[in-house]
Design a protein around this ligand. Structure first.
Ligand code: ACO
Length: 446
């Protein structure tokens, strides 16, 4: 394998270094190309751009492989609790029994919110989206421990990471309680991470929620499977924000905002909305698939397709099996599961999906399990955020420890060339695309 690549641009030849990853992924290092040639590379949506070197998660999208720190997701899903997977992602090795115990204790120690933080919930209208609350409250939480903003040592990092991981679940459960007008429930230190979250979600004063172990396990699985996924939209956002030197809480709050979108973390709720629509409208699976294939409908089959996976998402495979198991054990008969199966079968046998290599992603079946364990639809993306927190923290740490340059992509400018400034009396009205009525006609703003 040659150690350099050559590039010819406008008659000149440039030699570029090659970087090879642990799994023999080959990358052409173009970081000095502009300085040498004045040329940049263009990759809309970063579909083929390695934005960093990272030792956290490996994905082979063609083969459907996902590994956290080298360990296959299937093994982690089978054996790890969420705190253990979080430790693995953040510190690179599976924890010893003592480390895990200390880590779990640390998470329990930081599960409470400052009383002042609870008052913030009064300021949000009852219909607020919990992702908005989560992002705002993560930033607000950092105000109560200013030492984490400076982050001067590995000890401070560990304390900040434990706080963030632990408090995120308390903030999320409180956001849900606030949204339904119920009193906020304090965490119970003797409960483990997942049981504690379920307690804060579903207990009410003087009536504790006792979760079925099957439900706790299902939640654990969901969180573990979402814990990291290399340079996706939200993780790249976290790294981008971190690269400016922003603190862990601010960077992860930005990650929450990026995750919110329906093409990313919001897809898990969109899948259930789609299934509900098909169910309630009485539309056949065949007709829905036809609608999705019709580009003029601007509808996508939610929970299908992935930028990296051109094969079955390994997480979707695990979740699909778990959905069957959990619904059976809890004796739930959810028509959405049957519908999802039928939709998957129809899509996988359709040439449109086969040719474009569109397979179910993690979101296709995760909503079915979340419904089964009683998580309301508006909390689905929040669950994803809780799960993804270890990955964001691990990526933030990698930037904090190693990255010295601020992330700053280039662009190809396509706007107007140099032109004169026109004084206000001389300007002509240029209609704003998509706006009509007075704004377009008289320029008045409403
Ligand atoms: N339904 C129908 N057609 C699809 C779908 C889909 N779900 N996904 C992709 N396509 C089509 C595209 O329209 C495109 O068609 P074209 O080549 O004729 O223009 C082709 O497949 C390639 O798709 P891209 O748009 O290039 O895929 P991209 O990598 O940009 O997007 C994404 C990936 C956002 C996940 C996309 O597949 C999608 O919108 N899926 C539905 C939403 C979803 O499930 N998101 C969750 C992603 S996983 C996660 O964030 C946890």
């Amino acid at each position: 394998m040659p150690e350099t690549a050559t590039l010819q641009v406008q008659g000149k030849t440039y030699t570029l270094p090659i970087v090879i990853g642990t799994e023999n992924e080959v990358a052409v290092d173009i970081s000095k190309l502009r300085a040498e040639s004045g040329v940049i590379t263009l990759d809309d949506g970063y579909g083929n751009t390695g934005s960093c070197r990272s030792a956290i998660t490996f994905i082979d999208g063609e083969k459907g492989i996902l590994r956290y720190r080298g360990i296959p997701i299937e093994r982690i899903a089978e054996h790890s609790t969420f705190p253990e997977a979080a430790w693995l992602l953040i510190y690179g090795e599976l924890p010893t029994a003592e480390q895990l115990e200390c880590w779990s204790d640390l998470l329990s120690r930081h599960e409470m919110l400052h009383e002042g933080l609870y008052k913030h919930y009064d300021g949000f209208p009852s219909q607020s989206h919990p992702m908005a609350i989560l992002s705002a409250m993560i930033n607000a939480a950092s105000c109560y421990t200013p030492e984490i903003i400076k982050m001067e040592s590995p000890e401070t990092f560990q304390s900040a990471a434990a706080r963030l991981l632990s408090k995120t679940r308390t903030i999320a459960a409180a956001a849900y309680k606030a949204s339904i007008g119920q009193p906020l429930v304090y965490p119970k230190p003797h409960l483990d991470y997942c049981a504690n979250f379920l307690h804060m979600m579903f207990s009410i004063p003087f009536r504790d929620y006792e979760p079925d172990p099957e439900i706790v396990d299902a939640l654990q699985l969901i969180l573990v499977l979402h814990a990291d996924h290399e340079q996706n939209c939200s993780t790249s956002t976290v790294r981008m924000v971190a690269s400016s030197g922003a603190n862990l809480f601010a960077s992860c709050a930005a990650g929450v905002c990026a995750l919110w979108g329906p093409l990313h973390g919001g897809a898990n709720a969109a899948v259930i909305e789609m299934l509900q629509y098909i169910h309630e409208s009485g539309m056949s699976v065949k007709d829905y698939v036809a609608k999705v294939k019709d580009k003029t409908s601007h509808i996508k089959l939610m929970g299908f397709g992935h930028r990296v996976y051109k094969n079955y998402d390994p997480r979707a495979r695990i979740i699909k099996q778990a959905a069957d198991r959990v619904l059976n054990k809890l004796q739930i008969n959810d028509p959405m599961l049957d519908l999802a199966r039928a939709l998957e079968e129809a899509a996988l046998s359709d040439s449109y999906f086969q040719e474009k290599k569109l397979y179910p992603n993690v979101d296709f079946y995760s909503g079915i399990i979340m419904r089964a364990i009683g998580i309301p639809l508006e909390m689905f993306t929040v669950m994803f955020a809780i799960g993804r927190m270890p990955g964001w923290i691990a990526n933030w740490k990698e930037v904090w420890e190693g990255q010295t340059r601020i992330y700053r992509p280039r662009q190809v400018y396509t706007g107007p060339a140099l032109r004169e400034y026109v004084s206000i009396g001389q300007r002509r009205l240029v209609p704003i695309p998509g706006l009509s009525g007075e704004v377009a006609v008289s320029g008045a703003c409403r």
